[in-house]
Design a protein around this ligand. Structure first.
Ligand code: SF4
Length: 399
Protein backbone atom coordinates (compact mmCIF):
# COMPACT_ATOMS: atom_id res chain seq x y z
CA UNK A 1 0.00 0.00 0.00
CA UNK A 2 1.41 3.39 -0.91
CA UNK A 3 1.79 5.86 1.97
CA UNK A 4 -0.73 8.66 2.52
CA UNK A 5 0.34 11.86 0.73
CA UNK A 6 1.73 14.45 3.17
CA UNK A 7 0.35 17.96 3.58
CA UNK A 8 3.24 20.37 4.03
CA UNK A 9 2.09 23.23 6.25
CA UNK A 10 5.40 24.74 7.23
CA UNK A 11 8.84 24.95 5.66
CA UNK A 12 11.59 25.77 8.16
CA UNK A 13 14.74 26.92 6.40
CA UNK A 14 18.16 27.50 7.93
CA UNK A 15 19.66 29.97 5.42
CA UNK A 16 22.80 29.61 7.53
CA UNK A 17 23.62 27.73 10.70
CA UNK A 18 25.68 30.69 11.90
CA UNK A 19 24.55 32.86 14.78
CA UNK A 20 26.15 36.17 15.74
CA UNK A 21 25.53 35.54 19.45
CA UNK A 22 25.96 32.61 21.82
CA UNK A 23 22.98 32.16 24.15
CA UNK A 24 23.52 30.06 27.26
CA UNK A 25 20.55 27.82 26.47
CA UNK A 26 21.28 27.32 22.74
CA UNK A 27 21.03 23.72 21.51
CA UNK A 28 22.37 24.38 17.97
CA UNK A 29 25.63 22.49 17.45
CA UNK A 30 26.50 24.30 14.19
CA UNK A 31 26.17 27.91 15.26
CA UNK A 32 29.75 28.70 14.11
CA UNK A 33 29.13 27.39 10.58
CA UNK A 34 29.01 30.33 8.16
CA UNK A 35 27.85 28.37 5.12
CA UNK A 36 24.93 30.07 3.33
CA UNK A 37 22.25 28.26 1.35
CA UNK A 38 22.65 28.52 -2.44
CA UNK A 39 19.86 30.19 -4.37
CA UNK A 40 19.76 27.04 -6.50
CA UNK A 41 18.77 25.08 -3.38
CA UNK A 42 15.88 27.49 -2.70
CA UNK A 43 14.71 27.05 -6.30
CA UNK A 44 15.01 23.28 -6.22
CA UNK A 45 13.20 23.01 -2.84
CA UNK A 46 10.17 25.01 -3.94
CA UNK A 47 10.08 23.51 -7.42
CA UNK A 48 9.84 20.08 -5.81
CA UNK A 49 7.31 21.19 -3.21
CA UNK A 50 4.95 22.97 -5.58
CA UNK A 51 5.13 20.32 -8.30
CA UNK A 52 4.41 17.58 -5.74
CA UNK A 53 0.96 19.00 -4.98
CA UNK A 54 1.71 18.46 -1.26
CA UNK A 55 1.72 22.11 -0.20
CA UNK A 56 -1.17 23.20 2.04
CA UNK A 57 -3.34 25.98 0.62
CA UNK A 58 -1.43 28.30 2.97
CA UNK A 59 2.16 27.50 3.90
CA UNK A 60 4.41 29.39 6.26
CA UNK A 61 8.09 29.62 5.40
CA UNK A 62 10.09 30.22 8.57
CA UNK A 63 13.64 31.52 8.11
CA UNK A 64 15.23 30.45 11.33
CA UNK A 65 18.28 29.17 13.22
CA UNK A 66 21.12 30.38 13.39
CA UNK A 67 20.44 34.09 13.02
CA UNK A 68 18.66 34.72 9.69
CA UNK A 69 19.68 38.39 9.54
CA UNK A 70 23.40 37.63 9.23
CA UNK A 71 22.53 36.81 5.60
CA UNK A 72 21.93 40.08 3.70
CA UNK A 73 18.50 41.38 2.61
CA UNK A 74 19.50 40.82 -1.04
CA UNK A 75 19.57 37.05 -0.37
CA UNK A 76 15.94 37.11 0.74
CA UNK A 77 14.78 39.44 -2.04
CA UNK A 78 16.13 36.95 -4.57
CA UNK A 79 14.79 33.91 -2.69
CA UNK A 80 11.31 35.42 -2.20
CA UNK A 81 11.12 36.36 -5.88
CA UNK A 82 12.09 32.80 -6.87
CA UNK A 83 9.43 31.31 -4.61
CA UNK A 84 6.82 33.77 -5.87
CA UNK A 85 7.61 32.90 -9.49
CA UNK A 86 7.16 29.19 -8.76
CA UNK A 87 4.10 29.50 -6.51
CA UNK A 88 0.83 28.05 -7.87
CA UNK A 89 -2.12 30.44 -7.58
CA UNK A 90 -3.85 27.98 -5.26
CA UNK A 91 -1.11 28.24 -2.63
CA UNK A 92 -0.49 31.23 -0.37
CA UNK A 93 3.00 31.68 1.04
CA UNK A 94 3.66 33.65 4.21
CA UNK A 95 7.28 34.37 5.11
CA UNK A 96 8.36 34.65 8.71
CA UNK A 97 11.64 35.42 10.49
CA UNK A 98 12.70 34.62 14.03
CA UNK A 99 15.57 36.96 14.89
CA UNK A 100 17.59 38.24 17.83
CA UNK A 101 16.82 41.71 16.43
CA UNK A 102 20.35 43.08 16.74
CA UNK A 103 20.87 43.71 13.03
CA UNK A 104 17.48 45.26 12.24
CA UNK A 105 17.77 48.55 10.38
CA UNK A 106 15.67 50.54 7.91
CA UNK A 107 16.72 48.29 4.99
CA UNK A 108 15.48 45.20 6.80
CA UNK A 109 12.24 46.96 7.70
CA UNK A 110 11.65 47.79 4.04
CA UNK A 111 12.06 44.11 3.14
CA UNK A 112 9.65 43.09 5.92
CA UNK A 113 7.04 45.58 4.75
CA UNK A 114 7.50 44.90 1.03
CA UNK A 115 6.95 41.17 1.53
CA UNK A 116 4.58 41.30 4.55
CA UNK A 117 7.08 39.22 6.52
CA UNK A 118 6.01 38.05 9.98
CA UNK A 119 8.74 39.13 12.40
CA UNK A 120 9.44 37.53 15.76
CA UNK A 121 12.13 39.04 17.98
CA UNK A 122 13.72 37.00 20.75
CA UNK A 123 13.93 39.11 23.89
CA UNK A 124 13.67 37.61 27.34
CA UNK A 125 12.22 40.66 29.09
CA UNK A 126 14.02 43.37 31.05
CA UNK A 127 17.82 43.61 30.94
CA UNK A 128 18.52 41.45 33.99
CA UNK A 129 16.57 38.51 32.52
CA UNK A 130 17.70 38.98 28.93
CA UNK A 131 21.42 39.48 29.54
CA UNK A 132 21.58 36.53 31.95
CA UNK A 133 21.47 34.18 28.93
CA UNK A 134 21.48 36.07 25.65
CA UNK A 135 25.12 37.06 25.30
CA UNK A 136 27.84 37.65 22.72
CA UNK A 137 30.70 35.17 22.43
CA UNK A 138 32.78 37.51 24.62
CA UNK A 139 30.16 37.28 27.36
CA UNK A 140 28.68 40.78 27.01
CA UNK A 141 24.92 41.19 27.02
CA UNK A 142 22.82 41.83 23.90
CA UNK A 143 19.88 43.66 25.49
CA UNK A 144 20.69 47.15 24.18
CA UNK A 145 21.07 46.08 20.56
CA UNK A 146 17.98 43.86 20.62
CA UNK A 147 15.90 46.65 22.11
CA UNK A 148 17.27 49.06 19.51
CA UNK A 149 16.07 46.62 16.83
CA UNK A 150 12.59 46.52 18.38
CA UNK A 151 12.44 50.32 18.51
CA UNK A 152 13.46 50.44 14.83
CA UNK A 153 10.61 48.07 13.94
CA UNK A 154 8.16 50.30 15.81
CA UNK A 155 9.54 53.48 14.23
CA UNK A 156 9.27 51.98 10.71
CA UNK A 157 5.76 50.63 11.32
CA UNK A 158 6.64 46.92 11.05
CA UNK A 159 4.23 44.61 12.93
CA UNK A 160 6.09 42.12 15.13
CA UNK A 161 5.78 39.85 18.12
CA UNK A 162 8.33 38.88 20.71
CA UNK A 163 9.29 35.47 22.04
CA UNK A 164 10.63 35.42 25.58
CA UNK A 165 12.31 32.33 27.00
CA UNK A 166 11.23 31.77 30.59
CA UNK A 167 13.71 30.31 33.02
CA UNK A 168 13.57 29.73 36.77
CA UNK A 169 13.89 33.38 37.68
CA UNK A 170 11.35 34.74 35.17
CA UNK A 171 8.54 32.74 36.73
CA UNK A 172 8.56 35.12 39.72
CA UNK A 173 8.54 38.19 37.47
CA UNK A 174 5.20 38.25 35.64
CA UNK A 175 4.60 41.89 36.65
CA UNK A 176 8.07 43.02 35.59
CA UNK A 177 7.69 41.32 32.19
CA UNK A 178 4.26 42.88 31.63
CA UNK A 179 5.52 46.33 32.61
CA UNK A 180 8.50 45.96 30.28
CA UNK A 181 6.35 44.99 27.29
CA UNK A 182 3.87 47.79 27.85
CA UNK A 183 6.61 50.41 28.30
CA UNK A 184 8.19 49.31 25.01
CA UNK A 185 4.91 49.15 23.09
CA UNK A 186 5.16 45.37 22.68
CA UNK A 187 1.63 43.98 22.38
CA UNK A 188 2.08 40.49 20.89
CA UNK A 189 3.84 38.12 23.27
CA UNK A 190 4.89 34.48 23.09
CA UNK A 191 6.57 32.54 25.88
CA UNK A 192 8.92 29.63 25.38
CA UNK A 193 9.84 27.71 28.50
CA UNK A 194 13.53 26.90 28.71
CA UNK A 195 13.73 23.35 27.41
CA UNK A 196 16.17 20.50 27.67
CA UNK A 197 17.20 19.93 24.06
CA UNK A 198 20.30 18.50 22.45
CA UNK A 199 23.17 18.97 24.89
CA UNK A 200 21.39 21.69 26.90
CA UNK A 201 19.86 20.70 30.25
CA UNK A 202 17.26 23.20 31.46
CA UNK A 203 17.40 24.08 35.18
CA UNK A 204 13.70 24.90 34.99
CA UNK A 205 12.87 21.39 33.83
CA UNK A 206 14.81 20.00 36.81
CA UNK A 207 12.54 21.83 39.29
CA UNK A 208 9.91 19.68 41.03
CA UNK A 209 7.37 22.53 41.36
CA UNK A 210 7.80 23.94 37.84
CA UNK A 211 4.19 23.21 36.82
CA UNK A 212 2.71 25.03 39.83
CA UNK A 213 5.08 27.97 39.40
CA UNK A 214 4.45 28.25 35.66
CA UNK A 215 0.68 28.12 36.21
CA UNK A 216 0.96 30.93 38.77
CA UNK A 217 3.08 32.95 36.34
CA UNK A 218 0.78 32.52 33.37
CA UNK A 219 -2.39 33.13 35.41
CA UNK A 220 -0.93 36.34 36.83
CA UNK A 221 0.37 37.55 33.45
CA UNK A 222 -2.86 36.78 31.63
CA UNK A 223 -5.12 38.37 34.22
CA UNK A 224 -2.98 41.49 34.51
CA UNK A 225 -2.73 41.75 30.72
CA UNK A 226 -6.53 41.66 30.49
CA UNK A 227 -6.83 44.41 33.12
CA UNK A 228 -4.17 46.55 31.47
CA UNK A 229 -5.69 46.10 27.98
CA UNK A 230 -2.49 46.88 26.10
CA UNK A 231 -1.39 43.34 25.33
CA UNK A 232 -3.34 42.16 22.28
CA UNK A 233 -2.09 38.59 22.03
CA UNK A 234 -0.58 36.09 24.43
CA UNK A 235 0.20 33.06 22.29
CA UNK A 236 0.04 30.51 25.10
CA UNK A 237 -3.52 31.55 25.93
CA UNK A 238 -4.94 32.70 22.62
CA UNK A 239 -3.86 29.71 20.54
CA UNK A 240 -4.92 27.31 23.29
CA UNK A 241 -8.40 28.93 23.34
CA UNK A 242 -8.70 28.24 19.61
CA UNK A 243 -7.70 24.62 20.10
CA UNK A 244 -10.02 24.04 23.06
CA UNK A 245 -13.15 25.80 21.78
CA UNK A 246 -13.05 24.54 18.22
CA UNK A 247 -15.93 22.75 16.51
CA UNK A 248 -16.04 19.15 17.71
CA UNK A 249 -15.66 17.70 14.23
CA UNK A 250 -12.36 19.55 13.66
CA UNK A 251 -9.35 17.52 14.81
CA UNK A 252 -6.31 19.26 16.25
CA UNK A 253 -3.42 19.04 13.83
CA UNK A 254 0.03 18.43 15.29
CA UNK A 255 2.45 19.08 12.46
CA UNK A 256 5.41 17.95 14.57
CA UNK A 257 4.18 14.35 14.36
CA UNK A 258 3.04 14.10 10.72
CA UNK A 259 5.64 13.06 8.12
CA UNK A 260 6.82 16.12 6.14
CA UNK A 261 4.05 18.35 7.53
CA UNK A 262 7.07 20.34 8.68
CA UNK A 263 9.74 20.33 6.02
CA UNK A 264 12.98 21.33 7.73
CA UNK A 265 15.93 22.16 5.48
CA UNK A 266 19.47 23.21 6.41
CA UNK A 267 21.82 25.49 4.46
CA UNK A 268 23.30 22.51 2.55
CA UNK A 269 19.90 21.20 1.45
CA UNK A 270 19.67 18.40 4.03
CA UNK A 271 16.04 17.61 4.86
CA UNK A 272 14.51 16.48 8.11
CA UNK A 273 10.97 16.61 9.48
CA UNK A 274 9.00 16.51 12.74
CA UNK A 275 10.49 18.78 15.46
CA UNK A 276 12.71 21.32 13.67
CA UNK A 277 15.26 21.12 16.50
CA UNK A 278 16.20 17.62 15.25
CA UNK A 279 17.89 19.17 12.22
CA UNK A 280 21.59 19.29 13.08
CA UNK A 281 21.43 16.86 16.02
CA UNK A 282 22.69 13.27 16.07
CA UNK A 283 21.67 10.19 18.04
CA UNK A 284 23.08 6.66 18.30
CA UNK A 285 19.76 5.06 17.36
CA UNK A 286 18.57 7.44 14.64
CA UNK A 287 21.79 8.88 13.22
CA UNK A 288 21.40 12.45 11.90
CA UNK A 289 17.59 12.45 11.53
CA UNK A 290 17.94 13.25 7.83
CA UNK A 291 15.73 11.78 5.08
CA UNK A 292 17.69 13.05 2.12
CA UNK A 293 19.08 16.14 0.44
CA UNK A 294 16.85 18.32 -1.71
CA UNK A 295 19.71 19.09 -4.14
CA UNK A 296 20.07 15.36 -4.91
CA UNK A 297 16.79 13.67 -4.04
CA UNK A 298 13.20 14.15 -5.13
CA UNK A 299 10.68 15.11 -2.47
CA UNK A 300 8.91 11.81 -3.21
CA UNK A 301 12.09 9.91 -2.31
CA UNK A 302 12.55 11.98 0.85
CA UNK A 303 8.95 11.28 1.87
CA UNK A 304 9.41 7.58 1.23
CA UNK A 305 12.54 7.54 3.40
CA UNK A 306 10.63 9.40 6.13
CA UNK A 307 7.59 7.12 6.32
CA UNK A 308 9.77 3.99 6.33
CA UNK A 309 12.08 5.26 9.06
CA UNK A 310 12.47 4.03 12.64
CA UNK A 311 12.02 7.67 13.62
CA UNK A 312 8.52 7.78 12.10
CA UNK A 313 7.61 4.43 13.66
CA UNK A 314 8.67 5.53 17.14
CA UNK A 315 7.10 8.98 16.94
CA UNK A 316 3.81 7.36 15.90
CA UNK A 317 4.07 4.92 18.82
CA UNK A 318 4.41 7.92 21.13
CA UNK A 319 1.36 9.62 19.60
CA UNK A 320 -0.66 6.39 19.93
CA UNK A 321 0.34 6.11 23.60
CA UNK A 322 -0.66 9.74 24.18
CA UNK A 323 -4.04 9.13 22.48
CA UNK A 324 -4.66 6.12 24.69
CA UNK A 325 -3.70 7.68 28.02
CA UNK A 326 -3.86 11.47 28.06
CA UNK A 327 -6.91 13.66 28.78
CA UNK A 328 -5.28 16.51 26.90
CA UNK A 329 -4.73 14.64 23.65
CA UNK A 330 -7.57 16.40 21.84
CA UNK A 331 -5.86 19.79 22.27
CA UNK A 332 -2.25 18.61 22.08
CA UNK A 333 -2.22 15.89 19.43
CA UNK A 334 0.71 14.03 20.93
CA UNK A 335 3.31 16.61 21.86
CA UNK A 336 6.76 17.53 20.64
CA UNK A 337 8.94 14.53 19.67
CA UNK A 338 12.23 16.29 20.43
CA UNK A 339 11.15 16.90 24.03
CA UNK A 340 10.03 13.30 24.47
CA UNK A 341 13.45 12.12 23.37
CA UNK A 342 15.36 14.71 25.43
CA UNK A 343 13.38 14.19 28.62
CA UNK A 344 12.32 10.53 28.44
CA UNK A 345 15.04 9.07 26.22
CA UNK A 346 12.41 7.79 23.76
CA UNK A 347 10.10 9.13 21.08
CA UNK A 348 7.72 6.30 21.96
CA UNK A 349 6.72 7.94 25.22
CA UNK A 350 4.12 10.35 26.56
CA UNK A 351 4.41 12.88 29.40
CA UNK A 352 7.16 15.45 29.50
CA UNK A 353 7.80 18.48 31.64
CA UNK A 354 7.54 20.45 28.41
CA UNK A 355 4.02 19.21 27.60
CA UNK A 356 2.92 19.83 31.18
CA UNK A 357 3.89 23.49 30.84
CA UNK A 358 2.93 24.15 27.24
CA UNK A 359 -0.26 22.07 26.92
CA UNK A 360 -1.68 21.14 30.30
CA UNK A 361 -1.14 24.40 32.20
CA UNK A 362 -2.72 26.70 29.55
CA UNK A 363 -5.62 24.28 29.05
CA UNK A 364 -6.34 24.15 32.78
CA UNK A 365 -6.12 27.93 33.10
CA UNK A 366 -8.58 28.46 30.28
CA UNK A 367 -11.03 25.90 31.63
CA UNK A 368 -10.68 27.51 35.07
CA UNK A 369 -11.58 30.89 33.54
CA UNK A 370 -14.47 29.30 31.63
CA UNK A 371 -15.85 27.90 34.89
CA UNK A 372 -15.58 31.33 36.51
CA UNK A 373 -17.31 32.87 33.52
CA UNK A 374 -20.16 30.37 33.75
CA UNK A 375 -20.51 30.97 37.49
CA UNK A 376 -20.46 34.73 36.89
CA UNK A 377 -17.50 35.27 39.21
CA UNK A 378 -15.37 37.00 36.60
CA UNK A 379 -16.00 39.80 34.10
CA UNK A 380 -15.64 38.36 30.59
CA UNK A 381 -13.14 39.88 28.17
CA UNK A 382 -14.19 40.22 24.48
CA UNK A 383 -11.96 37.29 23.53
CA UNK A 384 -13.39 35.03 26.19
CA UNK A 385 -16.95 35.99 25.25
CA UNK A 386 -16.32 35.15 21.61
CA UNK A 387 -14.67 31.84 22.22
CA UNK A 388 -16.78 30.65 25.13
CA UNK A 389 -19.90 30.72 22.97
CA UNK A 390 -18.64 28.50 20.16
CA UNK A 391 -19.63 25.10 21.44
CA UNK A 392 -18.98 22.14 23.67
CA UNK A 393 -15.55 21.45 25.06
CA UNK A 394 -13.73 18.75 23.15
CA UNK A 395 -11.32 18.10 26.02
CA UNK A 396 -12.08 16.16 29.16
CA UNK A 397 -11.20 17.64 32.53
CA UNK A 398 -8.63 16.17 34.80
CA UNK A 399 -9.67 16.21 38.43
S1 SF4 B 1 -0.03 16.66 26.88
FE1 SF4 B 1 1.80 15.33 26.91
S2 SF4 B 1 1.04 13.28 27.38
FE2 SF4 B 1 -0.72 14.56 26.73
S3 SF4 B 1 -0.97 14.23 24.50
FE3 SF4 B 1 0.38 15.99 24.79
S4 SF4 B 1 2.48 15.12 24.78
FE4 SF4 B 1 1.08 13.44 25.14
Amino acid sequence: MSPVAPEVGMVVIQPTGFCNIDCAYCYLPNRNDKHVMAQATVKRLFSELFSSGWASPRITVVWHAGEPLVVPPSFYREAFATIEALRPKSVEVAHSFQTNGMLINAEWCKLFLDWKVGVGVSIDGPRELHDANRRMRNGSGTFDRTLAGIRTLRREGVPFHVISVLGRKSLDMADELLDFYTEEGIDHVCFNVEESEGSHISELMEEADRQVRYAAFLRRFWHRARENGRIQFVREIDLAIQRIFRPEEVATRNIQTEPLAMLNVDSRGNVSSFSPELLGLRNVDYGDYLFGNIDRDSLAKIHDNCVRSALMRDIQAGVDACAATCDYFSVCGGGAPVNKLSENGSFASTDTGYCALTQKVPTDLILEAYDQLERGTVEPSPTMMATALTGPLPVSRTP
